[in-house]
Design a protein around this ligand. Structure first.
Ligand SMILES: Nc1ncnc2c1ncn2[C@@H]1O[C@H](COP(=O)(O)OP(=O)(O)OP(=O)(O)O)[C@@H](O)[C@H]1O
Ligand SMILES: [Mn+2]
Length: 535
């Protein structure tokens, strides 16, 4: 009996020792990982010029690192940063640390961009040449803090802004000059185009607009003179205008390996896919767009302006073709042809009102590529570029900075290298979202994730809180699944994105998270993830 009690006691003792050991080990592991997740606030930790993440080192094996990121971001949300104690003066900082060289090296580039909607385009970021000796890590951190400060101020100033619509903007002049237009479905549609999004995905107007773009009878077809590749303006009933980008290449076309991004041919299916992706991402910044089947003769040639009609011909295969007048791919060997006969696919997008009715701002993208086969853009070789050219520029001390990061995320997911300009409707004032126009060169390669598109996020390490939260939500639900479902809801053109592109979108989303994770290794979460009040 005594022996039994002794055995029982010693087993309890052993059990307790083992349990304590395991508990202590678990606690240690937890503390270590917590420490790894959020290190204390500090100056730049790693060397400047972070190496680019490669596909192999993207995320730690167990991909629940993305769940950890989500928790981190949520726990470190700053609703409103403290505005006190910013004894810092941007102008003085500029004078002290930067030699401002206004002699222009911003030579106009061959983007082939012929038209300009804005009579007074936003000034190019001035060419600031830094003396790197002076522009040190300490200055960089001060500049980051300054940017956080101005964005917080901006948020406070704009948090009570009411939404404005294009209908509001145009009401007065329409009432004077075209009062009958106030009673059209077009005007109802203009009520849903606001400073924060160009359509309301849940509205009846949106659904009926898509139907209109897909089926509305065309009364006139003319060429849009802006841009480098052929696109037609279609006049639709009820005063709607639409932009048609015709079929060029099949869905499995991959950008030719020896072609630069600026020679890449525009793809109507890329426009369609990009619209759906932007919608799934919750930006709603691509004007409503849908695939349409057209009859080249009855829908286009019979309705063409004289100038466009003069470029029609019948090909040796007996198909009706036209070539248009644009500067790229507008010759007989690159003509748009019905196939077979008159059957033509295209993407049809709502054309938003332009000057003089509504003013647009065309902003040269600071991360635009060189549009040259031999020259590199400065951001490609200078990892301080964001500090020297973007953060320092007052034009970015508003929502534009994070709108640009949103656009960067969007372009990375679609693989678009051709973002030479950013467009926004300036009639709305400063609190206005970018309009994600011109996505015809996206989805060019599914086998490559071009990390250079992430340069703005990599170099600036700023990201919008609400966008991150939406991206995480989509990651959980399966981004490509949602994109696929969206593409199958209302589109009549089959299989817009081949499977490989859908796979690429999911893969790139993980790389985007890995890039944000990388920012957190250099800056604290609070320094990277900004809640500027924009949803
Ligand atoms: N949906 C739209 N609503 C209003 N304006 C538009 C719309 N789509 C295009 N535009 C205007 O037409 C211009 C040319 O269109 P887009 O950028 O798609 O053509 P592009 O040939 O790719 O041009 P680029 O050669 O400049 O890249 C745009 O910069 C914009 O000013
Ligand atoms: Mn373009």
């Amino acid at each position: 009996m005594r022996y039994l009690r002794l055995r029982l006691r010693s087993s309890i003792l052993v059990g307790l020792t083992i349990t304590t050991f395991f508990s202590l080990t678990t606690l240690c592991i937890f503390l270590r990982s917590a420490n790894e997740l959020e290190r204390p606030n500090r100056f730049v930790r790693s060397k400047p010029g972070l190496p680019e993440i490669s596909r192999h080192q993207s995320l730690r094996k167990n991909s629940n690192r993305i769940d950890e990121l989500y928790r981190l971001v949520r726990e470190n949300r700053i609703h409103q940063a403290n505005l006190d104690h910013l004894l810092w003066n941007l102008k003085k900082f500029r004078r002290e640390t930067l030699q401002v060289n206004r002699s222009d090296t911003n030579t106009p580039m061959e983007t082939g961009d012929s038209g300009d909607l804005n009579k007074q385009p936003m000034k190019l970021p001035i060419n600031l040449t830094t003396t790197s000796k002076n522009f040190n890590q300490h200055d960089k951190m001060r500049l980051r803090q300054f940017v956080l400060h101005v964005l917080t101020k901006w948020k406070i100033e704009h948090q009570n802004d009411t939404s404005i619509s294009l209908a509001d903007i145009m009401h007065e002049s329409l009432a004077q000059d075209n009062p009958e237009r106030l009673n059209t479905t077009w005007y109802q549609q203009m009520k849903t185009v606001t400073n924060s999004r160009v359509y309301d995905p849940n509205s009846v107007e949106f659904r009926s607009l898509l139907n209109h773009l897909q089926n509305g009878s065309i009364s006139e077809a003319s060429e849009l003179s802006q841009g480098t590749q052929i696109k037609l303006i279609l006049q639709l009933p009820d005063g709607f205008q639409a932009l048609l980008k015709p079929y060029r290449v099949p869905r499995n076309y991959q950008t030719l390996p020896d072609h630069f991004y600026f020679s890449d041919i525009e793809r109507h299916h890329a426009e369609i896919a990009a619209f759906h992706l932007d919608k799934v991402l919750g930006f709603n910044r691509v004007p409503p767009l849908i695939g349409r089947l057209l009859n080249v003769t009855s829908d286009i040639r019979d309705k063409a302006t004289e100038e466009l009609a003069s470029t029609f011909f019948i090909s040796p295969a007996n198909n009706t073709c036209f070539r248009g007048h644009c500067s790229y791919y507008c010759d007989t060997s690159h003509a748009i042809c019905g196939k077979p006969g008159n059957r033509l696919e295209g993407s049809v997008q709502l054309l938003l009102p332009r000057p003089p009715e509504v003013d647009w701002q065309k902003i040269t993208h600071p991360y635009r590529r060189s549009y040259s086969a031999v020259r590199k853009a400065e951001w490609e070789t200078n990892e301080n570029y964001c500090y020297e050219h973007v953060m320092i520029d007052e034009d970015y001390h508003n929502r534009l900075l994070l709108d640009m990061m949103d656009l960067c995320a969007f372009d990375f997911l679609t693989g678009n290298l051709d973002r030479h300009h950013m467009m926004r409707i300036s009639s709305f004032g400063i609190n206005t979202a970018l309009v994600h126009l011109d996505n015809g060169r996206s989805f060019g390669r599914h086998d490559i994730d071009d990390l250079s598109i992430l340069a703005p996020i990599r170099q600036c390490c700023f990201f919008r809180y609400s966008t991150f939260m939406r991206l995480y939500n989509l990651y959980q639900k399966g981004l490509s699944k949602l994109l696929f479902a969206s593409l199958n809801d209302g589109e009549i053109l089959p299989k817009i994105l081949i499977e490989e592109h859908l796979v690429a979108v999911d893969r790139r989303l993980k790389i985007l998270f890995a890039q944000i994770d990388k920012c957190f290794q250099t800056y604290t979460v609070k320094e990277v993830m900004i809640d500027d009040g924009i949803e």
